[in-house]
Design a protein around this ligand. Structure first.
Ligand SMILES: [Fe+2]
Ligand SMILES: [Fe+2]
Length: 168
């Protein structure tokens, strides 16, 4: 299953992964022990794991939109010099990430990719996602943050896996 997730990230996420923005994300600290780039890959893998379970239940998920949205969901944090951390960052970075994400989305999945980025902070922010994929990232983002902050061995394992994607 991991091989399939790596293939999907390669297949759908390559334009984001090779962008200057994402390269910058790999060097910007996030959750104290991770980077925005590593965190975004963690969220993408977890979201794909949830997506695989949903597909087993015959629930359809747009995998391409999910990969692009997850990789972009925190890119707005890179502009954090424009706003203070805390509540202001929680409110503004999803908007900036969503605005950036549309450059990587296709016309047919743009709304879904935008929704994934714009509403990933729910329930910390009041407005819930409108799409199934948007709900998937709300869960994946929280699971990822717990692993990165509270479970260093898990974080290190995730980082080793992520390097396979980054190095490709
Ligand atoms: Fe975020
Ligand atoms: Fe995040």
């Amino acid at each position: 299953m991991q091989k399939q997730n790596i293939d999907n990230i390669e297949k759908y996420g390559r334009p984001v992964l090779s962008s200057l923005k994402f390269r910058e994300a790999l060097s910007q600290c996030h959750h104290h022990s991770s980077t925005v780039g590593m965190h975004s890959l963690n969220v993408t893998f977890i979201a794909l794991g949830i997506c695989n379970m949903m597909k087993m239940l015959h629930l359809q998920v747009d995998t391409k939109a999910l990969v692009i949205g997850c990789l972009c969901h925190d890119l707005g944090i890179l502009d954090r010099s424009h706003f203070s951390s805390g509540p202001e960052m929680c409110k503004i970075h999803p908007v900036e990430s969503a605005d950036l994400s549309v450059f990587f989305a296709d016309p047919e999945n743009r709304e879904t990719v935008y929704d994934i980025c714009r509403h990933h902070m729910f329930p910390l922010m009041a407005t819930p996602p409108k799409t199934r994929e948007g709900w998937v990232i709300t869960l994946a983002d929280k699971i990822s943050a717990v692993g990165e902050v509270a479970l260093p061995p898990v974080r290190r394992k995730w980082e080793e896996r992520n390097l396979k994607v980054i190095a490709a």
